[in-house]
Design a protein around this ligand. Structure first.
Ligand code: SF4
Ligand code: SF4
Length: 91
C-alpha cells in the first residue's frame, strides 16, 4: 500500500478554535532561506503563497519535524488538546 493511501486511512478531529501550530513571526518566514518546513513536513501542512505562510494544521501528523527543522524556532508547536488531533487507529 502506498504511503498516500495509508495517510488517507487516518482520521482527524480538528479543534478549529485552537490551532496547535502557529507561526510566531511571519516577517521571519519572509526572510527564511529555503523554508525547510515546507519540504520536511510529510503532510504538506505548510504552504507559502508568496506573501505569507499558510498553516493547514488540520492535516498535521504530530511528528514534530517542523519544530526541529525551523532554523529560527518560529513555530509555536503543542499537541492538540485531549480528544483532538490525529487518530492513528486506521493508519
Ligand atoms: S522554517 Fe521556520 S522560519 Fe522558515 S519558513 Fe518555515 S516556519 Fe518560517
Ligand atoms: S508536526 Fe509533522 S506533520 Fe505536523 S506540521 Fe510539523 S512536520 Fe508537518
Amino acid at each position: 500500500m502506498r504511503i498516500e493511501d495509508k495517510l488517507f486511512l487516518n482520521r482527524y478531529r480538528t479543534d478549529e478554535e485552537n490551532p496547535h501550530l502557529k507561526i510566531i513571526n511571519m516577517e521571519i518566514c519572509k526572510k527564511c532561506k529555503n523554508r525547510p518546513c515546507i519540504n520536511c513536513c510529510p503532510a504538506g501542512v505548510y504552504e507559502w503563497d508568496g506573501e505569507s505562510m499558510e498553516v493547514k494544521f488540520e492535516g498535521c501528523l504530530e511528528c514534530g519535524t517542523c519544530r526541529i527543522v525551523c532554523p529560527y524556532q518560529n513555530i509555536e508547536w503543542k499537541y492538540p488538546k485531549g480528544n483532538y488531533g490525529i487518530l492513528y487507529k486506521f493508519g
